[in-house]
Structure formats: structure tokens, C-alpha cells
Design a protein around this ligand. Structure first.
Ligand code: SF4
Ligand code: SF4
Length: 332
């Protein structure tokens, strides 16, 4: 293993310095068990996580809970659901106390008067046809009107196997509405016919993701090492999966040996008491998991492994920067 200063020139060292002081401590919160869509392959509903707990309805309890999370050291609240915008008072309990990021399907507009600079990630599952097949609706037609030109919003574009060779069409639509985009891959949680990944289309999608990043560098928030990791599920000859996953709720994590994990990470259910296993679904087969955040975090918690060469460490820095940009710890 080499030292950081021996591997980096001045410019890269400065980039490293900026991210190494961030000390991001994130946790994930189910704001509600309800949603105004029912997407085929939604990890939340397909694993019955919406029935894992009741919802806390007393808004004062939400404020108190967030205060305790802050004391626990959380400095990034990732708000999911169900659909968080169905309960904006709960979202506000977070936003008023912690840096917060809200994942939404974009059908309900989050008011910028009420949440001026909250980061918003709008989900998008492929093109118009895929969206109608998997989500019953072309959500982009609505969400793009709600968020056009918003400087604190980006699309979280879940690429499906049917999209391979056709991603640019979607990227262009996003460019046209003045938003940015982060790419991730569908985990076919509900085994929908025609939506399985093969080795071949994973290879092809990686090349296409790289090409999109080269062609639309101001729009696509990504890096090529992330594309490699997410499409191969391999990092430094290690395979992603249960034994390696960093995004497991800390108090429930009894793995032995213990892999490097996100410090103090918890995914909370909307009763504010129940904890879910990980950042996605408790029933998902980890060997098929394509969760983008879990793969990113996997790289981020394994810094020492990337001290083997200048290229490895630069790759690590780029993934960390991408994560920090997505949650606006550094500007994009
Ligand atoms: S919009 Fe999100 S939470 Fe709602 S069903 Fe679809 S994937 Fe699940
Ligand atoms: S399903 Fe994915 S995120 Fe959850 S523990 Fe398994 S690998 Fe990690």
C-alpha cells in the first residue's frame, strides 16, 4: 500500500482534500407507507415493507425523532417512502433540522417557497414505453413540467435492459428541460418478463453509460469507475453482495466477518421505531442487487484498497465526488 501524497499530484490532492473533510453520515427514512403509483419492481411494495410498520401520525414525534437523529450524528437525511410528497409536513420536520434529500416520483410538485434548496431526486424508469409498462404512466410528462430548470433537482434514471442502445433519447429529454441526471440500473425485483440483465447487455450498457458521460458532461453526474462497478458487480476482484454490502442497518448487522460499512447507518420505517435491513428491500437476493447508492458506498468505504496505484485512487476520488455532488456536499 502506498501513501496518498505519493500517488497524487497537486490538483488531485486538492480534490482529495475537499472530499476527505466531508465526513458524511447518512441514514434513510421512510416518510410514509403510501404511494400514488405502484411500480412493478418497486422494492418497497414488492417486499411488503409498507406493512412492516404503521405510520407515526403525530408531527411533533417526527420533529423530536429528527432531533435525536441529529444528536446521533446524522448529517444527511435521505427521505424515501412510499412517496414522501404525500406528507410534506414530515419532510419539513427533516428539512428544518438537517441537510435533506427527497426522492420522489415527481408527480407532486415540491414548493420552492417552502423548501427553497432541498435536494430532490426524481425517479424515472426508462423511456415513455417502459414507464407505461412498469409504472402505468409516463411520469416524465408530469415531473418534467413540475421541475423544469430547477437547480436543486436531478433525475434518477433507472436504466432497464430494454433501454440498452436507446439511453440518449432520455438524456436529451432531460437536457431539454434543463435538469441533470444520475444513472442507475433496474433490479428486476418482481421478475417482469423481458427486464432481466444478461452479461452481454450489461457490457453494452456500460459502454453506453460511458458514452453518455463523454457526450453530456454537464448533464450526467457520474464517473466511469462507477459504471464499471455497477455493471460488473466487481471491485478489486471482489464480488458485490451480502458479505460486502456497506448499506446494512448498523444495529441489525450481525455479519461475521464484518465488512467495511457506513458508520451509524440506519434505514428507519415510518413508525420511527422499526428498522429495515438495508437501503433497499429485506427480501431482495443480494447477488442480483444493482442498487446504485450501495455500490457507490461500497467503493467509498474501501479507500485503503484503492491505495495501490494512482489510477485506483483517482477512481475512488471520482466516486466519492459523484456521491458528494448528488447530495450537494460539493457543487456540481
Ligand atoms: S413511485 Fe417509488 S415508492 Fe412509489 S411504487 Fe414507484 S418505486 Fe415504489
Ligand atoms: S439487497 Fe442490496 S442493498 Fe440490501 S443488503 Fe443486499 S446488497 Fe445490500
Amino acid at each position: 500500500m502506498k501513501t496518498i501524497s505519493s500517488l497524487l499530484d497537486k490538483e488531485w490532492h486538492e480534490r482529495y482534500r475537499k472530499i476527505s473533510s466531508l465526513n458524511i453520515r447518512s441514514s434513510i427514512y421512510d416518510i410514509t407507507n403510501q404511494c400514488n403509483l405502484r411500480c412493478k419492481g418497486c422494492f418497497f411494495f414488492s417486499s411488503d415493507e409498507h406493512e412492516a410498520s404503521t405510520e407515526e401520525t403525530d408531527i411533533e414525534k417526527w420533529y423530536q425523532f429528527v432531533g435525536k437523529e441529529k444528536e446521533r450524528g446524522v448529517n444527511l437525511a435521505i427521505l424515501i417512502g412510499g412517496e414522501p410528497t404525500l406528507h410534506l409536513d414530515r419532510v419539513e420536520a427533516f428539512y428544518s433540522q438537517l441537510p435533506s434529500y427527497c426522492a420522489t416520483n415527481g408527480l407532486i410538485k415540491i414548493s420552492r417557497d417552502r423548501f427553497p434548496d432541498m435536494m430532490v431526486g426524481v425517479s424515472l424508469w426508462g423511456d415513455e414505453n417502459d414507464e407505461k409498462t412498469l409504472r402505468g404512466k409516463d411520469t416524465f410528462a408530469v415531473s418534467s413540467k413540475n421541475y423544469e430548470g430547477d437547480p436543486h433537482t436531478y433525475y434518477l434514471y433507472t436504466i432497464t435492459p430494454k433501454q440498452v442502445g436507446r439511453i440518449e433519447h432520455v438524456i436529451k429529454k432531460i437536457v431539454d428541460v434543463g435538469l441533470k441526471v444520475h444513472l442507475q440500473l433496474l433490479t428486476n425485483e418482481e421478475n417482469v418478463d423481458g427486464f432481466f440483465w444478461s452479461e452481454e447487455n450489461l457490457r453494452d450498457v456500460r459502454a453506453e453509460m460511458d458514452a453518455m458521460l463523454d457526450r453530456y458532461p454537464r448533464t450526467v453526474i457520474s464517473c466511469k469507475y462507477y459504471h464499471e462497478i455497477i455493471t460488473t458487480g466487481t471491485m478489486m476482484n471482489r464480488k458485490f453482495g451480502w458479505a460486502e454490502c456497506p448499506s446494512v442497518t448498523e444495529p441489525l448487522d450481525k455479519r461475521n466477518p464484518q465488512p467495511k460499512s457506513l458508520i451509524r447507518f440506519i434505514r428507519w420505517a415510518s413508525d420511527l421505531k422499526t428498522m429495515h435491513r438495508c437501503c433497499t428491500s429485506a427480501t431482495r437476493d443480494c447477488s442480483t442487487c444493482k442498487d446504485g447508492a450501495a455500490h457507490m458506498s461500497w467503493v467509498m468505504v474501501n479507500k485503503r484498497e484503492h491505495l495501490q496505484s494512482t489510477k485506483d485512487l483517482q477512481n475512488w476520488i471520482e466516486v466519492y465526488e459523484m456521491f458528494a455532488k448528488l447530495y450537494r456536499f460539493i457543487p456540481w
